[in-house]
Design a protein around this ligand. Sequence first.
Ligand SMILES: O=P(O)(O)OC[C@H]1O[C@H](OP(=O)(O)OP(=O)(O)O)[C@H](O)[C@@H]1O
Ligand SMILES: Nc1ncnc2[nH]cnc12
Length: 151
Amino acid sequence: MTLPRFDEIRPKIEAHIREVKDFPKKGINFRDIMPLFTNPQLVNELCVVIADHVRHTVGQIDSVAGLEARGFLFGPQVAIQLGVPFVPIRKKGKLPGATIEASYVKEYGEDRVEIQEGAIKKGERVFLIDDLLATGGTLRVSGFFLFNVKN
Ligand SMILES: O=P(O)(O)OC[C@H]1O[C@H](OP(=O)(O)OP(=O)(O)O)[C@H](O)[C@@H]1O
Ligand SMILES: Nc1ncnc2[nH]cnc12
């Protein structure tokens, strides 16, 4: 899929991403996105472009979900642009109350994550935001559903 407005800012985004070899373990080429946040205007532009993409290409959604921690840097900003709730997906043990849990394998390890029960209802359309895909882990982003939401 081409995203002309993203392509316009892509060089600026890429210029703010730092590569760190062998972090957090040997053999991993870590992409550090934090330098982006030295440029708040660019982060804002990026979130506006993502929100416009959702509006024009994805259509009506019920919520934006973001994966702790780096998904929290972008997800709430996009949700605010779209006027929909933000649903946090957190590492295990951080969310109070009843939760639904899933595990997945990522490039440099394995994680267990949770959402609060009832945060997403069956049949809702949720736009998932994270900072980057490395291996894609055990998630399949196209048509994948991380959690088995029964209610
Ligand atoms: O494509 P994958 O191989 O699955 O890797 C990508 C995932 O790994 C990172 O999260 P991580 O939990 O390491 O870090 P964070 O807590 O700093 O967001 C990144 O933010 C993605 O969620
Ligand atoms: N290569 C990588 N750079 C930054 N974050 C990551 N998460 C998983 N793999 C990563």
